[in-house]
Design a protein around this ligand. Structure first.
Ligand code: RIB
Ligand code: CA
Length: 318
């Protein structure tokens, strides 16, 4: 029986790869995709998501446009990393398909009510839609089976800033609401996504594949690989969002620990930081150490089997 999932994305180049992994994996049944501001605007993310679904032959999956800006800071997108169009400046024709017209927040609430306790919510973007859904439907945290987030960083440091990972830093207040909601959260952060390196050889193999969606991913990844080369000074790139989807497919790919995680929302230099408390490294000590706290239910990814992850990704995409 495939795992029912909802994706919340800011498509974005690595979101596009993650969506392809999800729709090419029989272990997952994608009930719907929601978009949000982040790498690009929520509207462009929706158009890009439709382009990816069209290339993969999966326009049967509804795409719902979501929040257009963060809860408590100005909108800031990442054209340097993902291109002006969010897909590596491919400037693809419009996908001749439209978003469903439902808001991404309403889509999350509706599907959670229709499938109580069954859905894994995979967020590979800022968490504004999830925070709004929690505010609109307080019972949501009991109706969702698990939240898997590509975001944050336990001990690696930041990418959007010295200490903030982009999905958290693009809406810290939303992230705080999501991490404190009491539902099971798994944090797939930079500690693991920056360990599994997608190489130019893998990129070439992707470009040689006739599989639906492979050509779009190959073309979009050109821009991303060039950015990584200039910014990180080494060939290849991370596949941040695909690792969150891969975890939902096979949790054994990642080693996790149950740790307290707080989101910094007031720090001048640290706003958007996921403050992971390693003092409670063993979950069984947390209730004793922190009897008055309930924020230690976060499953934090600390190590990844990079080879198995990348083999899975390449096998599904090519
Ligand atoms: O920090 C990486 C995350 O930020 C990924 O989800 C990428 O798509 C960007 O949204
Ligand atoms: Ca993303």
């Amino acid at each position: 029986m495939p795992k029912k999932v909802i994706l919340d994305v800011d498509t974005g180049i690595d979101d596009a790869v993650a969506i392809l992994l999800a729709v090419h994996s029989p272990e997952l049944e994608v009930l719907g995709i929601g978009t949000v501001h982040g790498n690009t605007t929520a509207d462009v993310a929706a158009a890009n998501t439709l382009r990816v679904l069209k290339a993969a032959g999966r326009l049967d999956i509804p795409v719902a446009t979501g929040a257009t800006r963060p809860l408590n800071q100005p909108l800031a997108t990442s054209p340097l990393v993902h291109g002006e169009d969010g897909l590596g400046n491919l400037n693809l024709p419009h996908p001749q398909a439209a978003p469903s017209g439902e808001h991404a927040v309403d889509q999350i609430i509706r599907l959670a009510e229709a499938h109580p306790g069954e859905i894994t919510l995979i967020a590979t973007a800022p968490l504004t839609n999830l925070a709004l859904a929690l505010a609109l439907e307080p019972r949501l945290s009991e109706r969702i089976a698990e939240v898997v987030i590509m975001g944050g960083s336990a001990f690696y440091g930041g990418n959007l800033s010295a200490w903030a990972e982009a999905n958290i830093g693009h809406d810290p207040e939303a992230a705080a609401a999501v991490f404190q909601a009491g539902w099971p959260v798994t944090m797939i952060g930079l500690d693991v996504t920056m360990q599994a390196w997608f190489t130019r050889e893998m990129h070439a193999a992707l470009g040689a594949s006739p599989k639906p969606g492979a050509a779009l991913a190959y073309e979009a990844l050109r821009h991303y690989l060039d950015f990584y080369e200039r910014f990180y000074g080494q060939g290849g790139c991370a596949q941040h969002d695909a690792l969150a989807v891969a975890y939902a497919i096979d949790p054994s790919l990642v080693t996790t620990a149950l740790l307290p995680v707080r989101i910094e929302t007031r720090g001048e230099a640290t706003r958007g930081m996921t403050v992971v408390d390693r003092r409670a490294f063993l979950a069984d000590r947390a209730p004793f150490l922190f009897p008055d706290r309930n924020d230690w239910h976060t499953r934090v990814a600390l190590a990844v089997d990079s080879e198995r992850f990348l083999n899975l990704l390449m096998e599904r995409l090519t």
